[in-house]
Write a new protein. Sequence first.
Length: 751
Amino acid sequence: MHENGSIKISDFGLCKRAGRRHPGGTGTTMYMAPEVASKIVNCYEKSDIWSLGILMLFLLDITPPYYHQFTFATETEKKRYLAEGTFNYEPTREIHAKFKSLIALMFILDPAQRIGLSELKSDLEVLIRAKTIPCCTQDQFSDYYQHTFAPLPHTSRGESIKLDADPKGKSFTYTNGKSVFIRDLQNPSIATEYVGHKAQTTVARFSPSGYYIASGDVQGNIRIWDTVNEEHILKNEIRPISGKMSDIAWDSESKRLIGVGEGKESFGHAFSFDTLSSVGEITGHSKIINSVSIRQQRPFKAVTASDDMTVAFLTGVPFKYVKTIADHTRFVHAVQFSPNGDFFASAAADGKMFLYDGKTGDKIDELTTAENTHTAGIFSIAWSPDSTHILSSSADCTAKIWDVHAKTVVNTFEINSAVNTVDNQQVGNLWSGEHLLTSSLSGEFSYLDKNSGKVSRHIDGHSKAITALAISEENTFFTGSYDGRVFDWKYGAEGDETSAERIDGDGHKNQVTAIASKDNDLLSVAMDDTMRHGSVSDCKFSEKIISTGSLPSSLAVSDNKTTVVATNESVLVYNDQLQKMGELEHPGFTPSAVDISPDGKTVYVGGQDNKVRVYELSSGQLTHVGDLDRNLGNISALAVHPELKLIAVGDSVGKIFVYDTESKEPVIQKWVFHTSRITSLDWSRCGGYLVSGSIDTNVYVWNREVPTKKVVIKNAHVDAVNSVKFLKNTTTLTVVSVGQDAAVRVWDIAF
């Protein structure tokens, strides 16, 4: 709409009119692609990409490009301007970096280099799925992010996992949930995350150039994206098979890939990096292919390993089947060419490892006839850079280094030998420069010192969704996850996540639903219908196991260590010795959240009937004294103010009400910007701010004194934010959040 009130439907130079058979030069000349305006070529797809870029920029910036910026005396001057390919327009509003990068690809002068329609569509879909807001405001996209504690890899019993290092040996990559994580090898606390997949990811591989990663998921998709830019722009996407993608291999020129896995019509596909066209056929197997490797020297060769207990040898390019190798007697988990291309090795669930000629595929020998061989299946193998040794990881909870020429075991690493459990089975590894890593079924990384023959470092953490969070006074925080594990994190200035330590002892057997910490006491409740007590200083659960009788959903502790637990059938009250003082049994509603005042005299119980019941607590007895009933959804989170007579109440429809606990009336009703269930609420130590998390993936920080002021962190976690807390011992507003993506994130908030 112009200042005079007239309205124009903008086409911005799009070439084809609806209903016309032939394209024509429609639209405003200034907004046409340079090659069209100067009549170098007629209209075609890449020309419309330019005009779509103009349209996108207008929608993001509100003001049309060039508006009030340029004055042309004649149409010829406009055409000359466009023919020169000049485009230096600066938007008047701040536009998110991801959209800026994408639009820049639409304004490349050479049409041949301009982004194509399929690539544009894929990149837009990524931004839409990630719920990225294109236009920035201070409270939407800013520098609040401080650190990510990355999760461990996702693992499944009986299956290997794929770890891969970049060619420079600086970082490594793996998958968890719908994300791909890249971590620094020297300092694993440095981590980045790629979130472009719709489905659970299964494998990620660096290209030999190091500029791209190809990642696959359970739906058979392979996405190829750049590693250089923070935006991780998508280069190409293909779905070569219909089922789970198990492994991906690049050739040495970064031009061709092979993806393998579980499909209906085929178990693998070879294709070109640029055009996605086929570069051969992957055949020779009757069941899922678990592993693939391409010889990095010409003439190219490829090998694949399958659940049909065979290895297939292929020549290329184009890749074609040559022969089947049937030396194994159980599932073959891994195949790998040596870096110099002279050999390849295979390893299987039968505990055997064979060595073959890299050019002919002929068997040279079996390595596992040596002494001190593995006593269980081998899941993963990795070659040393000089092609003389192999690192193997096995279900016998050990990793071994083999001398290929001598056919002997050089080192044996016993991983957590004191606790030889299923969780310590070694299911993945890598060898990059001086770094040797192996990963267990629990996801834990072990750094191996090949000189001493010992484990030099452990990297622990969560591999499943984190469902509970608690903060101590000393900026130690505790997290509990879907699989029942509880960890103690020592957060420092550098955020070194290697200080993560699992709470030992008799822990939970199911999802942890809530955690609370007071002084040296740690309390947790879980879906195993129990409450556990642990010592913060000892980092260990005590032998005391308290039955809650039914499913616990919420937990709160007062300053005098009175503990209240809400279950789906009752509300339980315990004293500072964890002896039950009282119980509100079958209250007539389903409790869903609970909190207690700092002095331990008032208990608030949220229910699935949209109400919060207020109880006075005396000698273990709960006396109902009123209701807070303005919320419109099931009560899902409560937070009592640390000093004032206020309580924040979050519900299942994303609304937060702050009530005066004396009048029982809401004093703040404007915090309504979440779009789904509130999962967590927490007041800052000063009481001036409230942080909220939701399954809408967002984190909000609200200003109590100025309720209209807020900070929003969009897409803080993939799928959902499960809990948020303020760090207590800090001079800044520092928020810790945990989510469905199994990651822990730290944010520094500034209004």
